[in-house]
Design a binder for this molecule. Structure first.
Ligand code: GRG
Length: 295
């Protein structure tokens, strides 16, 4: 196993422990929603976003507890978005992370509530003193994650994506859509360490730019997997973009140019890290991993 895969796996185990503690099943009938939250949040996933939070936090000597709690909060927002994206009203998917989607395993109403509760719990965790002793740091985390998740971030991107089913998009529009839908949470993950470590602006900017290029590279790789990978590899249905006639980087650029673009973005992402004089190995390896991954 490569160093990065090992680091991803170890980090995932640490984040899972935090998620496990935060998602304790209560007594009473409301336990059902927590079961659904646990099903979706603890059911696998590559944990790329938590990994980025941990790696960026390491650059600034942030405490492990703070970084892990932010990583868990971000993963909860990501899992909420996957649950809602899989609903019949959106992508209508039956398979996620190699298992039935939340609304298939439970039911639609429970899946909606599980997504809502993961989103709100994420902010409860960020606002808690245990996450960081400084109220201004906690406020910055809440504000930045809210911006990345909401109408000017992931939700905005998802809306443009839904509208795109009836409208032709070109490369600039798709780039903007993906920057919001997938990129915003990835940028937050990269900046989280800088926020926790009260980093100077030049380092915050470097991580923002790294996250921006990494996010686009990640999305192009996702489009390529939809064309080239199998359901067994990805744990979700593939070939969906073509089936829906949806414009993607791959449909517009072709497989080869899309792959070149992803590699170019991954190299560009790593160049932003040159402002740091140490501890960037894992982030650099991640930029390579996202474009070479098979799931
Ligand atoms: C419902 C508000 C709302 C937003 C949904 C994230 C999202 C927006 C939709 C998911 C659909 C999709 C294929 C998005 C493109 C890339 C992406 C975010 C893939 C899933 O992330 P991974 O590959 O998944 O990190 P794992 O399972 O490894 O965590």
């Amino acid at each position: 196993m490569t160093d990065l895969k090992l680091a991803l796996q170890e980090q995932a185990e640490d984040v899972d422990k935090v998620l496990d503690d935060l998602l304790l099943e209560p007594e009473g009938p409301e336990a059902q929603v927590v079961k659904a939250m646990r099903y979706s949040a603890l059911g696998g996933g590559k944990r790329v976003r938590p990994f980025l939070v941990m790696a960026s936090s390491r650059l600034f000597g942030v405490s492990e507890t703070s970084a892990l709690r932010v990583a868990a909060a971000l993963e909860m927002v990501h899992c909420y978005s996957l649950i809602h994206d899989d609903l019949p009203a959106m992508d209508d998917d039956d398979l996620r992370r190699g298992r039935p989607t939340c609304h298939i395993e439970y039911d639609e109403a429970t899946a909606i509530l599980a997504g809502d509760a993961l989103l709100t719990l994420a902010f409860e965790v960020l606002a808690d003193e245990e996450t960081h002793p400084s109220p201004s740091v906690r406020c910055a985390l809440v504000r930045e994650l809210a911006k990345a998740s909401g109408m000017n971030g992931m939700v905005g991107g998802q809306m443009i994506d839904l509208m795109a089913e009836t409208r032709e998009l070109g490369i600039p529009e798709i780039t903007r859509l993906q920057r919001l839908k997938t990129g915003a949470l990835i940028v937050f993950a990269c900046k989280a360490g800088a926020i926790l470590g009260k980093a100077e602006e030049i380092k915050m900017q470097a991580l923002r730019n790294y996250g921006h290029d990494l996010g686009l590279a990640f999305q192009i790789a996702d489009d390529l997997l939809d064309v080239e990978a199998s359901e067994e590899e990805t744990g979700k249905k593939v070939g969906k973009d073509a089936e829906r006639g949806k414009a993607t980087f791959v449909s517009l650029l072709g497989v080869e140019r899309a792959r070149e673009q992803a590699h170019m973005l991954s190299e560009q992402a790593n160049r932003h890290l040159d402002v740091f004089d140490r501890d960037t190995e894992l982030l650099r390896a991640m930029a390579q991993y996202v474009v070479n991954r098979r799931n």
